[in-house]
Design a protein around this ligand. Sequence first.
Ligand SMILES: Cc1cc2nc3c(=O)[nH]c(=O)nc-3n(C[C@H](O)[C@H](O)[C@H](O)COP(=O)(O)OP(=O)(O)OC[C@H]3O[C@@H](n4cnc5c(N)ncnc54)[C@H](O)[C@@H]3O)c2cc1C
Length: 488
Amino acid sequence: MTSNARSIAIIGAGFSGTSMAMQLLRRASARDRILLFEKSPHLGRGVAYGTSDPRHLLNIRAGRMGAFDEDPQGFLTWLNGPGSGDIEPLQRPVSPEAFVPRRFYGRYLQHCLQEALPPPENEQQFQRVSGEVVDIIPAVNCLLVKLQHGALFAVDRAILALGNQAPDRNRLPHYVGDPWNEDALHDLDAAADVLIIGTSLTMVDTVLSLLAKGHLGRIYAVSRRGLLPQTHSVEGRQARWPLMMPLPNTCLGLLRLARSAAGQAASAGRPWEEVIEAFRPHIQAIWHDLPLAERKRFLRHLRPWWEMHRHRIPFEAAAKVAEAIRSGQLRVMAGRIEDQNPCDEGVEVRIRARGHTKSEWLRVARIINCSGPKTDYAAGESDLLRNLVARGDARPDPLALGLDVAPSCAVLNANGRPSDRLYAVGPLTRGVHWEITAVPEVRRQCADLADQLSGAGNARAGPADPTESSKLSSQPAGPAGSPFQKSA
Ligand SMILES: Cc1cc2nc3c(=O)[nH]c(=O)nc-3n(C[C@H](O)[C@H](O)[C@H](O)COP(=O)(O)OP(=O)(O)OC[C@H]3O[C@@H](n4cnc5c(N)ncnc54)[C@H](O)[C@@H]3O)c2cc1C
């Protein structure tokens, strides 16, 4: 067992965990320790930036993807500088408006982390630990971070940055539950028909990969409403249509406001994207103000419409999808899967189209589940989350979109009490903040939490109430003050 005084474990080294590590390193003293745990072989890639397919593009323009809030152009600067090396098929200078392959972003994050690492005389400040964390156990004065093979690390605090869970981990001969796994299309006969569950961003990635492989068979894509993501404008508008304040706190009020603003924008010759951009800085505040019943209403009725406008795809990708639809190779369906049975060619699937009483049978060689990240963490594949929830050290948020956390990012235990040792960042906190999946929001959240843990305060939210001890924090007090308080 490794013992560390004044130490923070970060679990997961996708964007959120890497960003958290960099922010903590910026504020660390020589005695502080940051342990970054990652189960995959790579740091800084995670699900989003681990793809090697050059057709999988960032859905945010390069000029806004900097790893740090104060330098949104940082990624672009790196892309255009000598340090990024070969950026084929891109040509320098890359425009700030460009949508570039996601794999470059993983490389950029690795570069940023490298730059943030302490000098050799302080190298003990940072430790990368390979392996899957399966539990975080409260102990006297510390937390014990447990790896799958049994090793234990004692730390003062832990930050969960576990990111996006695959829709389903099952991999059967004719079914792929994890569309982000590089072998999702492996061994697929080019002439075979394929069914994709979901019609959103991951469906688009999968279709682009299939087309690039020279796939000839038909591609069916089904979702309840059959809505495709909208397309980013070519010229990259950043303008924000002025919204009437204060913003409503009902779904109906918000819908009416969005519609009237879009109508006014159209009359003024402005695109509807400006209305979405105008909402974006307020989305977390809107979500915080929405009563639970209204949040449920949003998820039931508005979510697919919001997401297709909010999470747009680059025009290059949209053009290829449109061409596949035009040629008849891709058929997008609104409906639901009612039944499926194995057959000689693969699987027979019964689909009932939305608004129809009759169903149709499709025969496909493979079903690929692109329905989006699984958010029910209590029932999910993560041993770590299942253990935390089962012991009552964490609980799902009321909408099962992630874990319940305080505004300070402190994880709430089964009784709703914020821990003073266990925190969560990134998409795991989406139930509480909603708009917390993309880089611009997550980088700010990580900087705020690092400020809070280093005692620099947090403008956004106060720290957890220290008098309310969670199960994790109910152990005898750890080292005085924050692990990162320099005076400790
Ligand atoms: C396909 C896809 C494309 C996206 N594209 C964009 C984009 O273009 N722009 C944008 O701003 N946002 C994009 N996003 C949003 C994305 O959520 C964030 O940008 C960001 O990547 C989230 O990072 P993360 O670290 O929270 O999650 P992840 O990327 O999922 O990383 C989590 C990491 O934690 C590790 N991990 C999990 N559990 C454990 C454990 N128990 N022990 C050890 N390690 C563990 C995983 O191996 C993984 O490396 C995309 C998301 C997806 C899914």
